[in-house]
Design a protein around this ligand. Structure first.
Ligand code: PMP
Length: 370
């Protein structure tokens, strides 16, 4: 969709990247790191000071202190570590339970490792996280469950108690849990931030993943982390050692330098509010149109339901509107969901882009009403 958007000069609300600049202090820290001569390999597990920050971040937010030395790994974005974890633990014939629709990495990574994906619906017919379908799929033979909260693409967040119920169900099994928390602190309307790190029964059998790119409007830096018990971290690092090994030394230095500063702390504490106001700007602009929605609960994606506007295949209309109305979105069917008139929009955009998107979406609704 990004290529099609570029070809037609369309607004690109498809791919999940902010068009907002990173904090100025972070950019300055990167320049300082380059000038200070940080050009050689960082340690395989990541810079110790950056791992310390990650572990402190988890203990402050979720009340559990991972060990920077043995329980935290820095990689080339959360995706490299999710991929490494799946390669480390999944063997031919293993089953991995994934809630669908899902971020597009998990399925191919599982298949490459020789495993198979068992999809369960993320949401029940009331739009709530579907615990009973998940528990039903989690037989003792299941090797791994992948969770993602705040969720891409639906914008929902894991409800309180959900992880505890899963933990109770998995008790006595060897099932592992990967929790993709790259949008972790971005929760809206004062919802609690839910993490595997805060759930003792899952923490002992799982890894949680985070992304500096998502937190700092710097997705192109591709630096992320994984935290989890030493035994699981040791296995993860065996794969990480030979695929990525070491990533972005000057950028790691910049992150470790910037994040503990008052500007860094202020940035993180303002993050959820900033994205919530962008979500609200988008949804206020669409009021009174045939676009339907449930406001995103977290992250920076909003799903719009076009069933009041069109029938049928969301992929067709997403491509068509990129050409005819100059706005690119992602059809929800790209994330394993069956074709439905649902589109995902990234609202991590400056206000002018959001306003232009609203204008184009209003035109689509008006044009289809005729
Ligand atoms: N998980 C989810 C749910 C994502 O949306 C993304 C980025 N689109 C990633 C992982 C990858 O994060 P990173 O850029 O840090 O590799």
């Amino acid at each position: 969709m990004s290529a099609l958007a570029a070809e037609h000069g369309a607004l690109n609300l498809a791919q999940g990247f902010p068009n907002l600049p990173p904090p100025e202090g972070l950019v300055e820290a990167a320049v300082r790191a380059l000038r200070a001569g940080v050009h050689q390999y960082a340690p395989m597990a990541g810079r110790p000071d950056l791992r310390e920050w990650v572990c402190k971040h988890h203990s402050e937010r979720h009340g559990y202190a991972y060990s920077p030395e043995h329980e935290c790994t820095i990689g080339a974005g959360a995706s490299s570590l999710l991929f490494a974890a799946i390669q480390a633990f999944i063997h031919p014939g293993d089953t991995v339970v994934v809630q669908a629709p899902a971020y597009d990495l998990y399925g191919p990574a599982v298949k490459l490792a020789g495993g198979q994906v068992a999809e369960v619906p993320l949401l029940d017919s009331d739009g709530q996280w579907d615990l009973s379908s998940l528990l039903q799929a989690c037989t003792p033979q299941v090797k791994m469950v992948v969770l993602n909260t705040p969720h891409n693409p639906t914008g929902t967040v894991c409800p309180p108690g959900f992880m505890d119920a899963l933990a109770a169900h998995l008790s006595g099994t060897d099932t592992l849990v990967l929790s993709d928390e790259v949008y972790g602190p971005i929760v809206h309307d004062a919802r609690p931030e839910v993490s595997l790190a805060g759930c003792p029964g899952l923490r002992e059998r799982g890894l949680a993943f985070g992304s500096f790119g998502k937190l700092l409007q710097a997705t192109g830096w591709k630096i992320g982390w994984a935290v989890g018990p030493a035994a699981l971290t040791a296995e993860l690092r065996k794969v990480h050692q030979y695929d990525v090994f070491s990533t972005g030394a000057p950028l790691q230095a910049a992150l470790a330098d910037f994040l503990p500063t008052p500007e860094g702390q202020e940035h993180l504490s303002g993050l959820a509010g900033m994205y919530q106001s962008k979500r609200d700007r988008l949804l206020a602009g669409l009021q009174g149109t045939a676009w339907r929605h449930v406001p995103a609960e977290g992250g920076f994606f909003q799903v719009l339901d076009a069933s009041g506007i069109i029938d049928g295949d969301d992929g067709h209309w997403a491509r068509q509107w990129t050409r005819t109305h100059g706005i690119a979105t992602i059809p929800l069917s790209a994330f394993y969901a069956p074709p439905s008139p649902m589109l995902r929009l990234c609202f991590a955009k400056d206000d002018a882009t959001i306003d232009a998107a609203v204008d184009r979406l209003r035109h689509i609704a008006a044009d289809h009403a005729h």
